[in-house]
Design a binder for this molecule. Structure first.
Ligand SMILES: Nc1ncnc2c1ncn2[C@@H]1O[C@H](COP(=O)(O)OP(=O)(O)O)[C@@H](O)[C@H]1O
Ligand SMILES: [Mg+2]
Length: 249
């Protein structure tokens, strides 16, 4: 069953159509990757899914309900979480506090939480601890975010997304700027999360994409030009042309 769908989703910035009539169906529990040359519209697609941008036309359906036009603040509560880059990390907070804030803010009913007993706070703390454990940072939970390595910061960003107890996790180039060692760690992490969450992954590194994806959709100049299994995508002539003609990936 599809947990997330777009129908003819379109976003124009003036004369430029960054996302052009994209119809996508993400199967619940799968790891579905979006690939395509630089400027293909992948990040804009995520911005539409999370309500950061409103589409020019088209629809977004999450869990069988239309969410087109829903503001970003509501979408996180529905269970669509994105690993933001840096923007949500507070450098002077401990890792635990960073993740705790995310767990608290997206709690099922944080308003109710204010009136509940102190006990409820331990639920939030537990969710925060689980998220840190999931990304392998539990031993550093008391350290300040500014003290950890670049690779660990990216793991923290992932923990912040996980703390929201998402049903769909959107990852935009989680290995960008990481060293080979850090990249291996991140890939192992994504692999470990696979199956527990529906994951939509944007990634440039083809070896990662081919080894972790159940399905791959290919974007080129805003449009979807192919969709299939890694094996199908690898031998698709149109995909090869898009990559050879565009930016090497
Ligand atoms: N906020 C914006 N305003 C105007 N143009 C934008 C904006 N965001 C992205 N674009 C343009 O949309 C196109 C797709 O960008 P993007 O979605 O970032 O591509 P990708 O993530 O695939 O590299 C690019 O040409 C980019 O310059
Ligand atoms: Mg991008």
């Amino acid at each position: 069953m599809e947990i997330l769908e777009t129908k003819n989703l379109t976003k124009a910035f003036g004369a430029l159509t960054a996302v052009n009539a994209v119809s996508l169906a993400i199967e619940a529990g799968s790891l579905h990757s979006i690939i395509g040359p630089n400027g293909a519209g992948k990040t804009t697609l995520f911005n539409l899914l999370t309500g950061t941008f409103q589409p020019t036309s088209g629809r977004i359906i999450f869990d069988q309900k239309e969410i087109t036009g829903t503001p970003a603040s509501r979408i996180a509560h529905l269970g669509l979480a994105r690993s933001y880059q840096r923007t949500t990390v507070f450098p002077a907070f401990s890792l635990f506090d960073n993740v705790w804030v995310a767990a608290f803010a997206t709690g099922k009913s944080w308003k109710g939480l204010l009136y509940r007993e102190i006990d409820s706070y331990s639920e939030v703390a537990e969710r925060a601890n689980l998220a840190l454990r999931d990304v392998g940072l539990e031993d550093k939970s008391k350290q300040l975010a500014r003290e950890i390595s670049h690779g660990e910061q990216r793991q923290l960003e992932l923990a912040i997304a996980l703390a929201a107890a998402p049903r769909v996790l959107l990852l935009d180039e989680p290995a960008a700027g990481l060293s080979p060692e850090e990249t291996r760690k991140m890939v192992a992490l994504v692999r470990a999360l696979k199956g527990r969450y529906t994951i939509v992954l944007i990634e440039h590194k083809m070896d990662i994409i081919m080894s972790v994806s159940d399905r791959i959709s290919v974007m080129h100049f805003g449009s979807l030009i192919a969709e299939g299994t890694p094996a199908e995508i690898q031998k698709n002539p149109e995909v090869r042309r898009a990559y050879l003609g565009g930016v090497a990936a």
